[in-house]
Design a protein around this ligand. Sequence first.
Ligand code: SF4
Length: 111
Amino acid sequence: MQKHTAVLEKRETEKSMQDFLDSGKIYCANCIHCKLVPTPAESSPGQFYLRVRCDAGKWKKKLGGEKIYKYFTVTRRSIDCCDSYESMGDDDNFISDLRNNLPIRDELYDK
Ligand code: SF4
């Protein structure tokens, strides 16, 4: 059942991603400033989660401070425009490949 739910979630994500690809927005995942960072798992010493951050400092919390996101959500990070955006190449193919290879949930990794 859990696998079936995951497949449905992935299909829904693929549909919304295709809608998004057609919208012409900027994907942060395709920007040179979008950085993958390991974050230690406090409850599991020796393991870490993957997070993404904008090293141009564009991702902010409402009350200040830097906002970071879970890696598996990186293809959802998009904006209409950004004065610091630096494309790393072909958006559509890159995002499609990334979407197909991302984990479907927040996963723990061993060091
Ligand atoms: S610089 Fe702009 S486009 Fe690039 S990751 Fe940051 S917010 Fe996204």
